[in-house]
Write a protein that binds this ligand. Structure first.
Ligand code: S3P
Length: 173
């Protein structure tokens, strides 16, 4: 907490399909924060899509841009920041997030997540032969990282609005 404000920023973390952006919009609207999607900012700055960045320059290059974008956004305040699903893999990103706000993990089972993202075309990590299997492996390898968040919300059975309301209740906004 910082003086005069509640949390400077609220970072939503979680796997692809966790609802970070949709929950972020509703939550931000309810508490008078702005909602920022770092992936969208990154794409605007780069002038191209995440998929194109992955295929032209590779994942490491994307991860570097992702950290820089997160860092510059984190300098602002009163923002709900809907991070990309892989933000949790770098210690540097945790340092940035923990320094500038509260982290919230939106948790759901892989089957639910997959159902929400299976038709999307801008998720290069899942452009493989068996995307459900890939999603399961990725989530398994990241679960312990998502658990580093300050708060964990089990979003499986909740609507977007219910998740936002639950957060407002817990955080006392
Ligand atoms: C990624 C998640 C994506 C995007 C990129 C990599 C990941 O964001 O940052 O495709 O590593 O899980 P969303 O979680 O918003 O889909």
């Amino acid at each position: 907490m910082i003086e005069g404000l509640k949390y400077k920023n609220i970072f939503l973390v979680g796997f692809m399909g966790a609802g970070k952006t949709t929950v972020g919009r509703v939550l931000a609207n309810k508490i008078g924060y702005s909602c920022v999607d770092p992936d969208q900012v990154l794409e605007e700055n780069a002038g191209t899509s995440i998929s194109a960045i992955f295929s032209e320059f590779g994942e490491d290059y994307f991860r570097d841009l992702e950290s820089r974008t997160l860092e510059s956004i984190s300098a602002g305040e009163r923002q709900v920041i809907a991070t990309g699903g892989g933000v949790v893999i770098k210690d540097r990103n945790w340092d940035i997030m923990k320094k500038s706000g509260l982290t919230v993990y939106l948790k759901a089972p892989v089957e639910v997540l997959y159902e929400r993202i299976k038709d999307s075309t801008n998720r290069p990590l899942l452009e493989v032969e068996n995307p459900l299997e890939r999603a399961r492996e990725l989530l398994d390898s990241r679960e312990h990282l998502y658990q580093k968040a300050d708060l964990i919300i089990d979003s499986e059975k909740l609507s977007v609005r219910e998740v936002a309301d639950e957060l407002i209740r817990i955080l006392n906004y």
